[in-house]
Design a binder for this molecule. Sequence first.
Ligand code: SF4
Length: 390
Amino acid sequence: MELWQQMVRDSVHTVDQLVNRFKIDRQVAESLNEFFQVRINPYYLSLIRYPGDPIWLQCVPDIQELQDLDAAEDPLMEDAMSPVPNITHRYPDRALFLTTSQCGLYCRFCTRKRKVGDSEKISMKGLEAAFNYLETHTEIRDVILSGGDPLMLTDVMLEKILKRLRQIPHIEIIRLGTKMPCVLPQRITPKLVEMLKKYHPIYINTHFNHPWEITPESSKACQMLADAGCPVGNQMVLMKDVNDDPVIVKELMQKLLKIRVRPYYMYMADETKGANHFRTSIAKGLEIIDKLRGWTSGLAIPHFVIDAPGGGGKIPILPNYVLHYDDEKIVLRNYKNKVYTYNNGSQTTKAKKAAVKNNGNGNGNGNGKSKRGAITRKVVLPELTEADLN
Ligand code: SF4
């Protein structure tokens, strides 16, 4: 047995452990464990600094999970968009391939609580139908292995899946959606990365939510993946009392870049049953992006998205940088709330006529040299107040 497998076995996972270690009332602990089972491996457990801290909140069950009675189990309608077991096909050229129900840690905010941990619901029996679907749907060029966590599979099983996918000519990209580099970095072994190298291009989507998760162990895991030629991206979920703070998010994003992980998405938490107590406001998300953009490298800024309820897919949202826009120009504010005007590159007929009349050449800049549209005019105005921007 490999070290990481032993660590999974050594996880906190029983009602007795919940009662004794976290002082949860026995009846509540039983209900919580039945609703969504507990698994906290010794590595992630060691990251907790005090009760109720951002690590604790992500992994220790809370009675609020049981009070969320009206919410949907599958708000993203993944099951309705599943043409065969184990596949969700929502976007035109890519598909989600669920390969296991198991995870190295069961996150209390998980959006797939309905399936995760239940081997009947994501079963290996469905793999053949899934492969057949991927083989016959030639529009699919990008497959995301998920679950559960595909790195809970043994190297041998994972290699079988990768080998089979690589025999499908139209599949260009394989992505692994895995939380292991963050929650159980011991899973990233030299043997695993040597195997992955054979099936490039392999991309990794991982899932850090808080700077305390960046440790020597998780840093090493991410760097091993990067050294093996796997670009690693991070999907963070915005969660109340975990990371709903621009200072925390900035620190996380900057630390991720240092371990060669590119911030990719920052999600609003899904409206999933048993996880709504993690949700925070959209205004908070916009504030966080506003305090990143311009204040740190663009590399450190994730796309802020809402995964639309009802299966609409990820929809990006941005703070309002556009103050005015018409055929001729756009008026923008920058990160310091200074206002700038950019003239439209493809001038309207009216603007072109005006330019010809004024300059006699139609280039719009009066010197006859540039072939581009009117020169951008930079207008610096006094700082705007919040009220001006609303
Ligand atoms: S690792 Fe992913 S799938 Fe597993 S419990 Fe956490 S969020 Fe859910």
